[in-house]
Structure formats: C-alpha cells, structure tokens
Unconditional design. Structure first.
Length: 131
C-alpha cells in the first residue's frame, strides 16, 4: 500500500499541535499558585500567610501557626481562614472577642499551650459558623 502525504499536511499538523501546547502552557501558567515573599508574610494565590505559619488555599482553608512565641493573635493576620490551629503558643489568655475578625472560622484547635489559663467569656463570640 502506498500513502501520499502533502507536505503542508505535516506542517499544519505540527503547527496545530504547537498552538495547543502554547495554549495549555498559558493556561497552566495563569492557574499556577503565585507565591511572593516579603519580610513578614508569604502571599499564596492573592492571600497572605503569616510568617512562621503554614496555610492551605484549598477549601477548607487552613491557618496552622504551631510553636509561635505569641501572647495574642496579631491584628494584621488575614481573616479568611476556615480552620485555625493554635499549637504550642506562649499565650496566657484568650481575650473577649479574640477571634472577631475570623468570621469564616468553622473549626479552631487550641492545644499544647501550657501557659493558657484563661479563656474570657465571649472569646468566640460572633463566630456563627463555628461547629
């Protein structure tokens, strides 16, 4: 059996494949997570993750700040997280409405905070989504 191919057929075929490759490459570049660092925070997909913490951007969004030498939750921290881990902090107390900015919180895990001896009434007030 003899097959005849037009020279332009191969050119068009590979040119088309190259176009698809470039389009896929462009889409993947635009969808990739953008990470930018500065002195205090790491930006992940347009949201800030505090220095010393690890964050996830997939739902549920998670803020895990284990082992930080903090006595309060910094007011500059982002508030868009759904799950918050406070582990092994030097915090002494959770003040009234300590989590008021974290309106999306569904779960808060506080453990191994040896100095924590007071949780004030209404520390978790206004967290309507908290389970």
């Amino acid at each position: 059996m003899v097959k005849f191919y037009n020279k332009n057929y191969f050119f068009n075929k590979y040119f088309l494949q190259l176009n698809y490759f470039l389009i896929i490459l462009f889409i993947n570049y635009n969808n990739s997570s953008f990470i930018q660092e500065n002195s205090e925070n790491v930006q992940i997909k347009g949201e800030w993750c505090p220095d010393g913490c690890s964050c996830t951007t997939e739902s549920p969004t998670t803020l895990d700040c284990s082992g930080l030498d903090l006595d309060t939750i910094p007011p500059t921290w982002p508030s868009h997280f759904e799950i918050f881990y406070i582990r092994n902090w030097t915090i002494n107390s959770l003040e009234k409405q300590a989590f008021r900015r974290f309106q999306y919180l569904v779960e808060i895990y506080i453990f191994d905070c040896q100095r924590l001896d007071l949780i004030e009434r209404n520390a978790f007030k206004q967290l309507r989504k908290l389970r």
